[in-house]
Design a protein around this ligand. Structure first.
Ligand code: IMP
Length: 201
């Protein structure tokens, strides 16, 4: 079975493919099946809404099952921001460093103990018959006072896990084991396994 990844991000496509391979599912890009992903405006108010917008659009464009994710960082002291705006937090096209710098400025008067935050990842798998599978994963942590570590991407260098390391100080295997995306992907594999028992997609 072939599913389409509703993203241009090579790393996400590989990650989807790696997790779903044991179920006999290959995840490929729209281009690989000769289609083009339509532009999708991420107008959803939640990660789940945005994931569904992307998956549904890719499914309609290709006629094949499609998988999309949407993720971001929610900081309690900022009322859950940047949330669904995590990628655009410091403006369209801003670098990871600029996003981190903006967050450091916004949190400069927030003391240790009040810097709790959560990474969230929603995944939607949309099928040609209009059915869908939705899962979500989250990971709790806190925001540091300065970036630390060189691995990962995005907000990883300022996101501290319980063992006092940032996501950027973990290997990808260690991060996968506790991350919002790792948890959501494992939940997706579980739900797909159940669905495949009932019907082939
Ligand atoms: P998207 O889900 O690809 O739209 O990503 C949303 C944004 O959230 C990314 O550009 C990152 O800034 C941030 N983000 C999502 N997941 C992670 C993560 O695992 N580590 C660091 N930043 C992340």
């Amino acid at each position: 079975m072939i599913y389409i990844a509703a993203t241009h991000n090579e790393n996400k496509i590989k990650e989807f493919d790696r997790i779903l391979k044991p179920l006999g599912i290959s995840v490929i890009s729209a281009e690989e099946c000769g289609a083009k992903l339509p532009e999708v405006n991420e107008t959803g108010k939640t990660f789940a809404e945005n994931a569904e917008l992307k998956a549904k659009s890719a499914c309609k464009a290709t006629g094949m099952p499609a998988i999309a994710d949407d993720s971001g960082l929610m900081v309690d002291a900022l009322g859950g921001r940047p949330g669904v705006y995590s990628a655009r937090y410091a403006g369209e096209g801003a670098s990871d460093e600029e996003k981190i710098e903006k967050l450091m400025i916004e949190l400069k008067d927030t003391p240790d103990g009040q810097r709790t935050a959560h990474f969230v990842c929603a995944i939607c798998c949309y099928f040609p018959d209009g059915s869908k599978i939705e899962v979500e994963g989250s990971c709790d942590g806190s925001i540091g006072f300065a970036p630390r570590g060189n691995n990962g991407f995005g907000y990883d260098p300022i996101f501290f896990t319980d063992d006092n390391k940032t996501f950027a100080e973990l290997s990808s295997i260690q991060k996968d084991a506790m991350s919002h995306r790792g948890k959501a992907l494992r939940a997706l594999a579980e739900k797909l396994r159940e669905k495949l028992k009932e019907k082939k997609f």
